[in-house]
Design a binder for this molecule. Structure first.
Ligand SMILES: [Zn+2]
Ligand SMILES: [Zn+2]
Ligand SMILES: [Zn+2]
Length: 140
């Protein structure tokens, strides 16, 4: 399954005239295999655990390039560093400010707000860039 996902992402890269370099494959595989969101530093640690001699700058540059190409997205869950995930699995994040619990919710949830902001304020919202902060049921 991860392999199929990587193959699909590689096809997406080719469609943009880009190649799946070894560094890009490592970063995408790391993100595909993780069951939670990773900071750039965590991606770096994981990639270096898999392959020796991968430079920190290479991993950071790769994350930047993949973000620019729309293959990878980052989001801000709270006060800490940004976290990364694969853009093929679009979702919004709710984060509990008390316990830090993260809940992923469908993008359709914000459609009405997006439409109203566009129609009434000529504003294109990128809600996925930030999490919605609040309290989960246990902490409310
Ligand atoms: Zn950002
Ligand atoms: Zn996410
Ligand atoms: Zn909570």
């Amino acid at each position: 399954m991860p392999d199929e996902r990587i193959a699909a992402l590689a096809a997406g890269l080719r469609g943009k005239g880009e190649r799946l370099t070894p560094a890009r494959r490592q970063v995408l595989t790391t993100l595909a295999q993780s069951d939670h969101h990773l900071t750039a530093e965590e991606v770096l640690t994981e990639v270096q655990a898999q392959t020796a001699n991968v430079h920190r700058a290479t991993v950071y540059r790769t994350l930047e390039t993949l973000s620019r190409l729309g293959i990878v997205e980052h989001t801000h869950l709270g006060h800490g560093p940004a976290v990364y995930h694969l853009a093929d699995d679009a979702h919004h994040h709710l984060v509990c400010e008390a316990c830090g619990r993260i809940v992923e919710v469908p993008v359709t949830l914000f459609r009405t707000v997006e439409r109203r902001l566009r129609d009434e304020y000529d504003f294109v919202m990128r809600a996925r860039h930030f999490a919605v902060v609040g309290r989960c049921r246990a902490c409310a």
